[in-house]
Write a protein that binds this ligand. Structure first.
Ligand code: CAA
Length: 259
């Protein structure tokens, strides 16, 4: 089942919910309508039991070259405050299912912020990442300064944020910003292969693992461990826990149902 919206395409296949940014003429510049479409699609996949994993990518020669500069150039602070458009991204970050990003070309500004909300990132060789907002007289506003700093630390994050320079895929992998670098021709294939692997895992465990890891970023260790423990106990109420352990004892493959 595939669906063509104004600025994205969506599809469900083999347990994967695909979101493809589709504004290639402007390097998938993210305008307000596109943000709404991405967030609505992700939330709808999150609710759909057919979807186990979400895979986001971009058509054309960029994942996304940032927020749509043309759309926002004349905005006033008060308009931005009242619209509070970036709060929409908080909803994307609250999606419970794993989100795999398959990125290539340019991953800049708001595009990089979107990528940093993903849980696993595959990047094509020669992908360029960065926060060029400083060159426009502004700064990242949808999590860039926070998420990049939590990943690489203050000194490194400031180096990129203050200059607006573009980071290569090799640098991004060294900093722990991305997981894999692959040839562009096989980017989607590799990301799909990985997504299928996750789709075969018990969905409730995936969900609680993601939730626990995200809490590790915000919580002190002790509170994080309490949170993890409760989730571990909670999984013993799932049919998948019974099935997983029974299948191990019976030496067969488990049949997980997401219940
Ligand atoms: N917004 C609007 N249009 C954009 C865009 C953007 N962020 N990025 C690219 N485009 C458009 C260009 O205007 C151009 O359109 P036309 O063909 O109609 O002229 C088209 O996409 C192709 O771009 P280029 O001709 O510039 O392609 P290039 O290969 O020469 O350069 C690039 C590629 C280096 C990525 C360059 O396009 C660029 O610098 N883009 C802007 C990057 C940027 O500053 N991003 C941050 C935006 S602000 C932000 O994201 C705020 C936030 O935190 C939420």
């Amino acid at each position: 089942m595939s669906n063509q919206l104004q600025f994205i395409q969506t599809q469900i296949e083999d347990g994967i919910g695909f979101i493809t940014l589709n504004r290639p003429k402007v390097l998938n510049a993210i305008n307000r309508q596109m943000v709404s479409e991405i967030v609505a699609a992700a939330e709808s996949f999150d609710q759909n039991p057919e979807v186990k994993v979400i895979l986001i990518s971009g058509n054309g020669r960029a994942f996304a070259a940032g927020a749509d500069i043309d759309e926002m150039k004349d905005d006033s602070s008060i308009e931005l405050e009242l619209l509070n458009q970036f709060a929409c991204w908080d909803r994307f970050a609250l999606v419970k299912k794993p989100i795999i990003g398959a990125v290539q070309g340019f991953v800049l500004g708001g595009g990089f912020e979107l990528a940093l909300c993903c849980d696993v990132l595959f990047a094509a060789k020669r992908t360029e990442f960065g926060f060029p907002e400083v060159n426009l007289g502004v700064m990242p506003g949808a999590g860039g300064t926070q998420r990049l700093t939590k990943l690489m630390g203050k000194m490194k994050a400031l180096e990129w944020l203050l200059t607006g320079d573009r980071m290569s895929a090799d640098e991004a992998i060294q900093y722990g910003v991305i997981n894999r670098i692959v040839e562009k021709e096989v980017l989607l294939e590799e990301a799909v292969k990985y997504s299928k692997k996750l789709a075969s895992r018990p969905p409730i465990a995936l969900r609680l693992i993601k939730e626990s890891v995200l809490k590790a970023i915000d919580y002190p260790l002790y509170e994080g461990m309490q949170f993890e423990r409760k989730n571990f106990y909670l999984l013993f109420s799932s049919e998948d826990q019974k099935e997983g352990m029974k299948a191990f004892i019976e030496k067969r493959k488990p049949n997980f149902k997401g219940k």
